[in-house]
Design a protein around this ligand. Structure first.
Ligand SMILES: Cc1cc2nc3c(=O)[nH]c(=O)nc-3n(C[C@H](O)[C@H](O)[C@H](O)COP(=O)(O)OP(=O)(O)OC[C@H]3O[C@@H](n4cnc5c(N)ncnc54)[C@H](O)[C@@H]3O)c2cc1C
Ligand SMILES: NC(=O)c1ccc[n+]([C@@H]2O[C@H](COP(=O)([O-])OP(=O)(O)OC[C@H]3O[C@@H](n4cnc5c(N)ncnc54)[C@H](O)[C@@H]3O)[C@@H](O)[C@H]2O)c1
Length: 494
């Protein structure tokens, strides 16, 4: 059979760009088809603009709280167009340095602008920008078409000009009152950013707490911090209808349990209610590709129900993060082209919500350990005892590590606090490589860093392992006269 390409990658977001780069570097004749702009969600509607916005928000907050540090900074005013210009400049910089088609063309990838759909399992139809269709045949495919905002079936929602992550970063003016539907990572990050810009922010969620995938003890502390900054939360409240008049948007929600109606008004409404896989345009049936409820079904090698077609990133409906999309893309391309077995590692995937303080996680969640009846101990260390956090006035938060009491094998961790996203990587590395709490505790960490908090949480394993009998023996042999250590508090710190 004649093929135009060895591999055709569909979608030039984090997953597709990585996959096409790996394929070309392995010597495969590779095409990359993209319907919009290379870079995908991360560069244009996700990670990059949201983190750039958060940085401006953190700067405004730093100015407002400067007196805590003995610095008089004067008043703080928000130049919203300048903030947005910075966001757009950063997007362009990332696009120019890492995403733009020329970079991939130079690696040998053929970039094709257009919307792809399958005609059969080896043939793709691409609708080009001029409206004409082009077909191409490929020996293998990697589907990396990502996801789009999920719009819940809320009465009246379509009658108002609501925002999603695809329009938020084109706002020209800061809304005075921002309503947010969803207290997941998008609602929390963007809610805090706008609150710090001075908007009155109200966040609704049907769930009873914010960031439901993270540890409830820590999200409780985080919620309190966000409320102290002025955010309002309407939790356990399902948004049931939305209406708009004279540029005022009214959201009505129903409180679970009481059935009480909650009504709030705003100038803008951000819908951040989750994601939906981009499979609609692909005509997956024509290629016989199987799906599940959340996207394209893949095995641990990222292979779909068709052995020559792989899928990676958000479109597979798993954990929807850029680092996961890139990891899956490497697994897909390597398996497809080298037949070397490589599988996705879903046991040590870290994530972090970049609100302030940051909320991060890796590995097993504590509630899953309980459900699976795995015997574990919690080793905690508060930020209020990390010297660097004290010097920085950043003492809110905790490190919580779940590990086996016997040998300190790490099952998972949750961290709320400044730099949690950086701290969690050490735990991911430890878990991936079988490094125990004992080994972490024995590893010298520089003083005074936040990462020293990880070591001190790990020290807790030694503290608990300290045997009363051994101390008794030492006392007996060497004649020591001190008190026996108090062992009743599981969080005791030495
Ligand atoms: C506001 C926000 C903030 C986020 N922040 C973070 C963060 O801080 N850290 C993190 O790890 N993750 C974050 N994410 C998630 C992250 O952006 C996604 O997980 C990641 O971008 C997914 O990459 P992908 O390649 O799978 O999909 P995408 O980036 O969505 O790329 C898919 C591409 O496929 C193209 N496409 C779709 N259909 C077709 C078709 N039929 N033909 C041709 N092309 C097609 C699309 O145009 C798109 O360019 C955030 C997401 C959002 C929305
Ligand atoms: N820092 C990061 O890594 C980061 C940041 C932003 C987004 N993301 C990715 O993007 C994904 C999507 O984020 P998200 O915040 O949109 O989704 P999410 O699925 O995490 O949260 C959506 C929330 O909306 C609520 N909801 C849905 N319909 C509702 C209704 N009618 N009334 C009240 N509440 C309702 C749900 O209960 C849920 O808690 C994340 O899961 C993550 O994978 C990652």
């Amino acid at each position: 059979m004649d093929y135009d390409y060895d591999v055709t990658v569909i979608g030039a977001g984090a997953a597709g760009l990585t996959a096409s780069g790996v394929c070309a570097s392995l010597g495969a004749k590779t095409a990359l088809v993209e319907a919009r702009k290379a870079g995908g969600d991360c560069t244009w509607y996700g990670c990059i603009p949201s983190k750039a916005l958060l940085k401006s928000a953190a700067t405004a907050h730093a100015i407002r709280t400067a007196e805590t540090y003995g610095v008089k900074a004067g008043s703080c005013s928000i130049d919203f167009p300048a903030i947005m210009k910075r966001v757009h400049d950063i997007q362009q910089q990332v696009y120019d340095e890492a995403d733009k088609p020329e970079i991939y063309e130079n690696m040998g990838v053929r970039f094709i602008e257009g919307k792809a759909s399958f005609l059969d399992e080896f043939t793709l139809q691409v609708r080009l920008p001029d409206g004409t269709d082009r077909t191409l045949r490929s020996k293998n495919f990697i589907i990396a078409t990502g996801s789009s905002p999920y719009i819940p079936p809320v009465e009246g929602l379509d009658s108002v000009d609501y925002l999603t992550n695809e329009t938020l970063f084109t706002l020209k003016q800061r809304p005075e009152r921002l309503l947010v539907l969803g207290a997941g990572p998008i609602g929390i990050e963007m809610g805090q950013a706008f609150a710090r810009f001075g908007s009155a922010v109200t966040v609704f969620d049907a769930a009873s707490r914010i960031l439901p995938n993270d540890h409830p003890d820590l999200t409780g502390i985080l919620q309190k911090k966000l409320e102290e900054e002025g955010m309002t939360f309407r939790l356990g409240s399902t948004v049931t209808s939305v209406s708009g008049q004279d540029a005022v948007i009214t959201v009505t929600a129903q409180e679970s349990g009481t059935g009480k109606k909650i009504i709030a008004e705003g100038d803008a409404l951000l819908v951040a209610a989750g994601r939906i896989a981009n499979t609609g345009a692909l005509q997956l049936d024509a290629a016989g590709i199987g799906t599940h409820q959340r996207g394209i079904a893949v095995n641990g090698s990222c292979q779909t129900s068709k052995r020559h077609i792989y899928a990676c990133g958000d479109v597979t409906g798993g954990l929807q993060f850029t680092h996961v999309a890139e990891h899956m893309a490497k697994v897909a391309a390597t398996n497809m082209l080298t037949r070397l077995p490589m599988s996705t590692d879903d046991r040590h995937i870290p994530w972090c919500t970049y609100c302030d303080p940051e909320m991060a996680h890796v590995g097993e969640r504590e509630e899953n350990l309980k459900q699976k009846r795995i015997s574990y101990e919690v080793y905690r260390f508060p930020f209020s005892r990390i010297d660097r956090a004290i010097t920085d006035n950043r003492t809110d938060g905790w490190i919580r590590i779940y590990a086996a009491g016997l040998d300190g094998k790490i099952y998972g961790a949750d961290i709320l606090g400044s730099h949690a996203g950086e701290l969690i990587s050490e735990l991911a590395l430890a878990m991936r490589n079988g490094i125990t709490l004992r080994q972490m505790s024995d590893t010298v960490h520089p003083y005074p860093t936040y990462a020293l908090g990880n070591r001190r949480a790990a020290d807790q394993w030694y503290v608990r392992k300290q045997s009363g009998a051994l101390v008794g023996l030492l006392q007996f042999f060497f004649g020591y006269q001190g008190k026996m250590p108090e062992k009743t508090d599981p969080d005791r710190i030495v």
